[in-house]
Design a protein around this ligand. Structure first.
Ligand code: DGY
Length: 328
């Protein structure tokens, strides 16, 4: 009888996905979802060929050197800044992620966060719940217009395009974007979006949406200089990764009225949130939930599992990030 390959599920996941994995693998899982240091992660990974990870599980050269049996890490996320992909490729370890299945759900949330931020929904709700509402007032929680305003999108991949479609076709917004590579004319037309340089994007948008991948090149791409170029009435929405924004500079800009408000679903030190942000009323804060609907999270978990099965059982992963590994 041939031995089943063995996989580690490094964070809690839907039980039905564990059942699916168990049909193909010896499965060890962290279903109690305890926090693992790098040392514990290395201990847990010993002898496993595959790992199902989430964005909080860092796979780097140290982990790879200590886990020579590892062949694949399947991230249950589209973003993969928790992977050192070069080190993985060098070690012959395949990396996979979960694109497409979360695009529309994440775009919905980006738009929800934009609306909540511009229309001051969190602040207004806290006010009501605190029992301070005693009358209607002409200027109570008056916010910024969304429909008909200009949305600037920084990073224009699948999720950025989904947000652009909602903005242009649903809310009659003018959509401008900046991306290293410009979309082709047909895709721009379908999104109702126009490419501009970064400085024009910052200067002219009423709402700035960050949807670019995080890497050393995009670390603190939005800092004091960039915020200073924005309109004082503008809002900033981040559903990408916290490290894209210099949070201290953002908190100062929100305090000083350099921009009007921010909506943040991601944080540089998450799950810790910078105390300067927690102290502000003009920021809507959510705990990294942009892709969080049951259907989408299930689809992400299944796709991660299918990548493990596809590679370790059939040699054909579904969504590889470093397909060079397949050729070796
Ligand atoms: C993603 O898919 O990258 C989300 O941020 C969840 O981690």
């Amino acid at each position: 009888m041939t031995m089943k390959p063995s996989v580690l599920v490094a964070r809690a996941v839907f039980p039905e996905v564990l059942d699916k994995l168990a049909q193909h693998f010896e499965v060890t899982s962290n279903q109690t979802d305890v926090f693992w240091t790098q040392e514990v992660l290395i201990q847990q990974l010993q002898g496993h060929q595959g790992a199902l990870t989430t964005g909080s599980v860092r796979i780097d050269a140290v982990v790879l050197a200590a886990c020579p049996d590892l062949k694949i890490c399947a991230n249950m996320a589209v973003g993969y800044n928790n992977f050192d992909v070069d080190a993985m490729t060098q070690a012959g370890v395949l990396a996979t992620n979960t694109p497409d299945v979360l695009t529309e759900t994440t775009a919905d949330f980006g738009f929800a966060l934009l609306l909540a931020t511009a229309r001051r929904m969190a602040e207004a709700e806290h006010f009501l719940r605190s029992g301070r509402w005693d009358r209607w007032r002409y200027d109570m929680f008056a916010g910024c217009e969304v429909h008909g305003s200009t949305l600037g999108i920084l990073g224009m991949g699948r999720i950025g395009q989904g947000i652009a479609r909602r903005a242009a076709h649903g809310f009659g917004m003018k959509v401008i974007y900046h991306n290293r590579s410009r979309l082709d004319a047909a895709t721009e037309a379908a999104c109702g979006a126009v490419w501009v340089d970064q400085s024009e994007l910052l200067r002219t948008c009423d709402h700035l949406m960050l949807v670019l991948p995080y890497s050393a090149a995009t670390h603190h791409v939005i800092g004091a200089n960039e915020l200073a170029q924005m309109k004082p009435t503008a809002t900033l929405i981040n559903i990408a990764r916290g490290g894209i924004v210099d949070e201290v500079a953002l908190a100062a800009a929100l305090r000083q009225g350099t921009i009007a408000a921010a909506g943040l679903d991601v944080f540089e030190g998450e799950p810790k949130v910078h105390p300067d942000l927690l102290a502000l009323r003009n920021v809507v804060l959510t705990p990294h939930i942009a892709s969080a609907t049951i259907r989408t999270r299930l689809a992400m978990a299944h796709l991660a599992a299918d990548n493990l099965i596809g590679y370790l059982v059939d040699g054909k992963p579904v969504t590889p990030i470093n397909p060079q590994v397949l050729a070796t």
